[in-house]
Write a new protein. Structure first.
Length: 479
């Protein structure tokens, strides 16, 4: 692990060091390439413009009014132009950034301004980026997916004072994405409840669509209300293939189909290389529960949650519900500025009437960072502007009935974001009851004033893992 001291990143006259709390420019999950040169590589840097703090605070109040059922403004969602009028940076601030970029010879379609005038996407050679940001880049290879190589800076980056006055950060040059391990697969087991073998003997003992119907008292939909829509977000080479969707549909008596794909798809990875388990789990079960509501799969190759949510809110007719199974620890997000920038985008999505559900993590309270002095809360699950979904297990294996907390499920309290007004009473009651019963962890391990999560929980653990069709028609249990 390479640590960069403040002495190395000494101030440059007329320039401002961006995200100056960052001292580490490497990751244990990414190996620096010493034999690969950067001169033939391009990057897409994303300038994230600052929003007026007072305007954002007022916007948050508006969002809460629109989202609270008892409010007279409930459900009166905004239009994109309403958001632009309320919080978007001015055209003059955008011009400061574009003029700066163009001064390095980057012009035309290499520069793109987002629909809401708050992000400027710039595609350029690494050699120009090094001059633009007064830094150095190297190529890094993922230790988990060896085919993934990304350029990242190896020391602090800077912007001219005038540009820094309107820019919060530059994304896609410093953050190392969290490449996920493949979900754990389990062999089938016998069960006396026919719901657990409703997808066939290869899924015996696994959670199936029939198990979910029994546990949560719902039946398959026969029609969808006009305008209803839903989406899953996929990253990191998580594609899908129709063979596996058809196999799952046939075995489980459901319909699993994708209406729209955004960002491309490569089904050969699923059938020939045995990948795609995460995406297939997402698609097979959101369809098992909610088909025929049309499903959109949004694939993003950039590894960026910020880019993903901005892409969603920039769509002419975005899906109304978004399910996202990705996240990372707050301490792994590099800077608070980055999380705050994501939060603004989440708020914008909420004001449009979009619901975003994030998994609360699958590494317990210690998160992906592991055991340390304090618990490691998750982001975006710890954001006050999304719905965090946790995991449970059946209390008795293979018996549909009471549920208990999944021991590996993420949950806790944000170290960065305060408890929002809509949950303070509930959190206070929980802390009081847990303390009285003697089950509350030591107060030094968590931030009791932070945003508590998850908001809801459902089956997701390892006692009865989910039956999934993958790898060209095989079945397995996935937690």
């Amino acid at each position: 692990v390479l640590l960069i001291s403040a002495l190395v990143s000494s101030a440059i006259a007329g320039y401002v060091q961006m995200e100056d709390s960052v001292r580490q420019f490497s990751s244990r999950a990414w190996l620096k390439e010493t034999q690969m040169k950067t001169d033939k590589h391009e990057i897409q840097a994303v300038f994230v413009l600052k929003h007026d703090e007072i305007a954002i605070k007022e916007f948050e109040t508006t969002l809460i009014e629109l989202s609270t059922p008892s409010s007279p403004k409930y459900g009166q969602w905004l239009k994109p132009q309403d958001i632009i009028n309320k919080i978007s940076p001015s055209a003059e601030k955008v011009k400061v950034v574009t003029d700066f970029v163009e001064s390095f010879g980057v012009k035309g379609d290499k520069i793109r301004v987002s629909k809401y005038n708050d992000l400027v996407f710039v595609t350029m050679p690494i050699s120009i980026a090094e001059s633009m940001f007064r830094t150095e880049f190297a190529l890094f290879r993922s230790t988990l997916q060896r085919e993934v190589v990304i350029p990242r800076i190896t020391k602090p980056y800077f912007l001219p004072t005038e540009v820094a006055s309107v820019v919060s950060l530059v994304d896609e040059i410093m953050r190392f994405p969290a490449i996920r391990n493949s979900p754990k697969s389990y062999g089938y087991e016998s069960s006396t409840d026919p719901a657990f073998s409703s997808c066939g003997t290869k899924c015996a003992g696994f959670t199936t669509p029939s198990v979910l119907e029994s546990a949560y008292s719902f039946t398959q939909l026969t029609s969808a209300a006009p305008g209803n829509s839903m989406s899953v977000a996929e990253f990191q080479y998580q594609y899908y293939d129709q063979t596996d969707l058809d196999t799952f549909s046939s075995a489980c008596g459901v319909t699993s189909t994708v209406a729209t794909t955004i960002g491309g798809n490569n089904p050969n990875i699923c059938t020939n290389l045995g990948g795609c388990v995460e995406a297939l789990l997402d698609i097979e079960y959101i369809d098992a529960v909610a088909n025929p509501i049309p499903l959109t799969v949004i694939y993003s190759s950039s590894f960026s949650l910020l880019n993903w949510v901005n892409g969603v809110i920039s769509m002419a007719n975005p899906p109304l519900v978004h399910s996202v199974s990705y996240g990372n620890d707050e301490v792994q997000q590099t800077s608070v500025a980055y999380m705050n920038s994501c939060n603004v985008q989440f708020m914008m999505a909420g004001s449009l009437g979009l619901s975003i559900l994030f998994a609360s993590g699958d590494q317990g309270v210690w998160g992906r960072s592991g055991v340390g002095a304090t618990f490691n809360p998750d982001f975006p699950a710890g954001s006050p502007y999304v719905t965090a979904v946790g995991g449970t297990d059946f209390s008795t294996k293979s018996v549909v009935g009471s549920e208990s907390v999944w021991s590996c499920g993420g949950g806790g309290f944000s170290d960065t974001f305060a408890a929002p007004s809509w949950q303070t009473d509930v959190v206070a009651a929980y802390l009081s009851a847990a303390a009285a019963s003697g089950v509350l962890p030591d107060s030094s391990l968590f931030n009791a004033t932070g945003r508590g999560y998850p908001d809801v929980s459902a089956l997701g653990g390892q006692v009865n893992p989910y039956c999934v069709a993958y790898s060209g028609g095989s079945f397995g249990g996935v937690a």
